[in-house]
Design a binder for this molecule. Structure first.
Ligand SMILES: [Fe+2]
Length: 306
């Protein structure tokens, strides 16, 4: 992602991280700014991935999730994934790719490359902060609720399955609600739900940094069950953290928005597939065949002679 010198002002703003919340943000600022200034000295600037702040202040989730947890989880762990990723991809082919493409490339069919864990954790945490909000929880509505009831039987049954997936993920990892569509087979990973119908909601859990993108699923909701996500508030009581997450933090508006995005992407992909299919059909239809039919139509007399 090299930018021309004319974009220096913009790139500086992208690189300069303004600590909006908490002490840890302020401590991290100096290091990032020094690194960016160093980048400005040559003729070109390299814009890298940024630590994206949660869409609310770090104390906004209290008393359900403490400010201290967010200062460590976002300000320290999430920041470390961003900084480590930027160091890992500097000067490599991955530097030119989007975060999603880095995840796909570095997953490498399960034989993961060094950048995968940090890239996926950056994506996962960006997604996680957007999955929750102050005063969240409750029951979804609209098409999301309709699909949940269709695919899990009822909203309470869905909640039970989601909680079970999060609680039984052995060690560090994630649990997800995802929209699965149009891909019974995936090129980069083993599909965890190969026998499931397409265009439906599924619950999956994943170890460490793995996320549903590698299965070509569309993530809608994520809960981080790494211990760093809940230890300060709940110590080892993961069950309590999961219940609190579902009852008081989930932003169903965000999940509904992700579902609409997923359906739109799937529809566009189907249209693209249809355009490709029609294009292939036209290529196999030769002009000489068409000309022959137009010049020598089969008449009734011809048919009688056959
Ligand atoms: Fe985390």
């Amino acid at each position: 992602m090299e930018l021309p010198v004319a974009s220096a002002a913009t790139a500086s703003l992208q690189c300069s991280f303004l600590p909006r919340h908490g002490l840890l943000g302020a401590l991290g600022h100096a290091g990032r700014e020094r690194r960016c200034i160093k980048k400005v000295l040559p003729a070109k600037i390299t814009a890298k991935f940024e630590l994206k702040p949660p869409p609310y202040p770090l104390n906004a989730l209290e008393p359900v999730m403490s400010q201290e947890t967010l200062e460590y989880h976002w300000g320290k762990h999430h920041r470390a994934y961003v900084d480590n990723l930027n160091r890992q991809i500097e000067g490599t082919d991955l530097e030119e790719k989007s975060l999603e493409d880095i995840i796909d490339t570095s997953y490498n069919k399960g034989d993961i490359l060094p950048a995968f864990n940090n890239a996926a954790q950056v994506w996962n945490h960006d997604f996680f902060w957007e999955s929750i909000k102050p005063g969240g929880g409750g029951v979804p509505s609209g098409d999301l609720l309709r699909l949940i009831e269709r695919d899990f039987g009822s909203f309470p049954k869905f909640v039970d399955q989601f909680k079970k997936a999060a609680a039984t993920q052995f060690g560090s990892g994630w649990a997800w609600l995802a929209y699965k569509a149009n891909r019974l087979n995936v090129g980069n990973a083993i599909n965890p739900c190969p026998s499931e119908e397409d265009k439906k909601l599924v619950i999956v859990k994943s170890p460490n940094a793995v996320n549903p993108l590698i299965w070509d699923y569309h993530p809608l909701l994520a809960i981080d069950v790494w211990e760093h996500a809940y230890f300060l508030d709940f110590q080892i009581r993961r069950h309590e953290y999961i219940s609190m997450f579902m009852d008081k933090l989930v932003s169903w508006e965000a999940v509904s928005f992700k579902l609409e995005q997923a359906k739109a992407q799937v529809a566009e992909r189907e249209r693209e597939d249809e355009r490709k299919r029609r294009g292939e059909e036209e290529e196999t239809f030769t002009p000489s065949e068409a000309t022959t039919e137009e010049i020598y139509p089969v008449s009734d007399a011809d048919a009688d002679a056959l």
